[in-house]
Design a protein around this ligand. Structure first.
Ligand code: NAP
Length: 251
């Protein structure tokens, strides 16, 4: 069996590792966005395919038995492209998307919004010292509404934007722990936390810290998933779909 994993997440790396160690031919695909990506084990290809047509061409040539779209829940474009291209080329496609954070004990108190633009407008009214953890690509949306705010923005790679003097950028990559998140939020004097509903345990501690500090939290809802694609929410589910449940046990 030959499997293409659309990656860029911890789940994608875990899935690739389990299959690779079992001798399954797996290739992971990365967009090439971050300067020093965490590389999956096994074969890796880097860079976009060139839209739906490019991905169709790739699928037609490479002849994968299956594609697992294990990209980030907010990577909506590649997921849509995968759905269209796999359907057109007759390649079985699975979406692996970890659950969001709606199970958090404080999720009912959060301010849920549909877009980063809504998050920016709302955040401007909720505090003066926001902590932004929505990622580098979304920072531009927050610029105008939060130009006068004392923003602390956490990103993996430095943004290519000119930021106001009132903004501070912190470069870091999870996993994070609650004590350090508490220190960071309190040290900045944070009065509102902004995140997207990425889900997963690696970056969840900021939400626990915000709860302990009783901070308002603005959460951007996930974009809708492409219709008609079988979806699982964890790696064992993906292995079961691939007919390799035997690889789903703890290593
Ligand atoms: P996106 O908006 O959905 O995709 C934009 C373009 O990037 C796609 O059209 C595709 O280019 C290329 N691309 C995306 N993922 C790819 C992959 N795994 N392999 C090959 N090409 C890929 O994606 P994004 O939100 O910029 O995210 C880029 C990558 O970072 C994803 O792989 C995702 O898993 C990871 N990531 C994203 C976030 C996030 O918050 N969005 C967070 C953590 C990790 P072509 O059209 O040329 O094929």
């Amino acid at each position: 069996m030959r499997v293409l994993v659309l990656g860029g997440t911890g789940e994608a790396r875990d899935l690739a590792a389990r299959m690779h160690h079992a001798g399954v031919a797996v290739t992971s695909s990365l967009a090439g966005r971050v300067a020093r990506p965490r590389l999956p084990v096994g074969d890796v290809r880097v860079g976009g395919f060139g839209g739906v047509s490019g991905l169709r061409e790739h699928l037609g040539t490479a002849r994968w038995d299956a594609v697992v779209d294990a990209t980030h829940p907010f990577a909506a474009r590649i997921s849509a492209h995968a759905a269209l291209a796999c359907r057109a080329e007759g390649v079985p496609l699975l979406r692996l998307a970890r659950p969001g954070w709606s199970d958090h004990p404080r999720a009912g108190d959060w301010h849920w919004v549909d877009t980063h633009a809504e998050a920016a407008t709302l955040t401007a009214t909720l505090g003066r010292r926001p902590f932004l953890s929505t990622g580098r690509q979304s920072l531009g949306t927050f610029l105008a509404p939060l130009r006068e705010h004392a923003v602390l923005a956490r990103v993996v790679d430095p943004p290519h934007l000119e930021l106001p003097a009132t903004w501070e950028v912190r470069q870091a990559r999870g996993p994070y722990a609650v004590p350090a998140e508490l220190e960071l939020l309190a040290g900045h004097g944070t009065d509102v936390l902004v995140t997207k509903d990425s889900g997963g345990d690696l970056t969840r501690p900021k939400l626990d810290a915000a709860a302990l500090l009783d901070l308002p939290v603005v959460v951007v809802r996930r974009p809708p998933a492409p219709a008609g694609v079988v979806t699982v929410d964890d790696v064992p589910g993906a292995l079961a779909w691939l007919g390799r449940s035997d690889l789903g046990v703890s290593r």
